[in-house]
Design a protein around this ligand. Structure first.
Ligand code: MLT
Ligand code: MN
Ligand code: ZN
Length: 295
């Protein structure tokens, strides 16, 4: 499999339009690279591609990656889009793919119901763009030669659908991870996960490569930096650091590991930070836009 990081940042991107935090200012100044919102492309042959989550930045992300350009009049190498939840950073890019070129959208029934419930997505013609319901545990072809299976990971409903009270560790069809495999390897993509459970560790034990939720370094990072009032866990994202953090919980995995879906407040963006050094020392990579990984 070939992976191409289209957007390494979490919702909002880096810099985020309304944010003057240190990372966002550095990204504006060009001292650290700017990054688009959460999206990963995958291919078995480098010719046909599937996009894992369609971000609001997708038009620029496709433009920046020649592998995704049309090869002739009205064409796309993108065979399909898979959605791992219904958040804006993962579905809004579909609206930029509305110009009558066929591809398939794969998602669970619950994630597809977010599209069904928002009529603006009718602009993506169902005649051209089939919406395929995929059950948890069901194997399917993302495109020829690339198999996939969805599994539940702890998470919550999309931010814009939250009610008065919110369960942040729901295990069901609203937040999924995906197992991808071809004859050369096995990879997992999990851009949103509220808790690293024992079940999850068992599920991903056979990974050659893991792309995992790197939203926040510290659970209270947004509160301490004055950029928000919620913890990472409240947003449905387990922190990297701490005893229940992903760094410690996933230390035993044999997979090569990459943090992706990184919030603009996360210190791992900065090359000289101790937090980035800790992540690299533990054998993780930090994704950036344009990063290519082959398994
Ligand atoms: C998230 O990952 O928590 C969401 O993308 C939040 C949002 O909609 O901005
Ligand atoms: Mn997100
Ligand atoms: Zn910021």
């Amino acid at each position: 499999m070939k992976f191409l990081v289209l957007g390494a940042a979490a919702g909002g991107g880096l810099p985020q339009w309304n944010c003057g935090c240190r990372n966002c200012e550095e990204a504006r100044a060009g001292t650290i690279p700017a990054s688009g919102q959460s999206s990963l492309a995958v291919s078995t042959d480098g010719v046909t591609w599937s996009i894992l989550n369609a971000s609001p930045d997708i038009r620029f992300q496709m433009q920046a990656n020649a592998a995704l350009h049309p090869r002739h009049l009205r064409d796309t190498p993108v065979a399909s889009v898979l959605l791992t939840n219904g958040d804006i950073d993962h579905i809004a890019g579909l609206l930029s793919m509305r110009e009558q070129t066929p591809f398939t959208v794969f998602a669970t029934n619950e994630i597809l119901s977010v599209l069904e419930g928002n009529r603006i997505f009718d602009a993506v013609s169902k005649e051209k763009v089939a919406r395929e319901r995929i059950g948890l545990g069901q194997a399917f072809d993302l495109h020829d030669g690339l198999q996939a299976r969805l599994f539940a990971v702890p998470g919550k409903v999309p931010l814009f659908m939250e009610g008065e009270t919110v369960q942040t560790d729901l295990v069901g069809e609203q937040t999924v991870g995906v197992r991808l495999w071809d004859e050369r390897g096995i990879a997992y993509y999990i851009p949103g996960c509220a808790v690293v459970t024992d079940e999850l560790l068992e599920q991903i034990a056979d990974a050659d490569h893991l792309f995992f939720d790197g939203t926040v370094w510290d659970d209270d990072e947004m509160i301490r930096s004055g950029t928000g009032v919620k913890t990472g866990r409240r947003m449905g994202h387990v922190p990297i650091s701490g005893p229940d953090g992903s760094l410690e919980r996933m230390a035993g995995l044999r997979a090569a590991k990459t943090y992706i879906h990184i919030n603009n407040t996360n210190p791992i963006w900065r090359p000289d930070s101790s937090e980035r050094a800790a992540v690299l020392a533990a054998g993780w990579q930090v994704a950036h836009d344009g990063l290519e990984i082959a398994t």
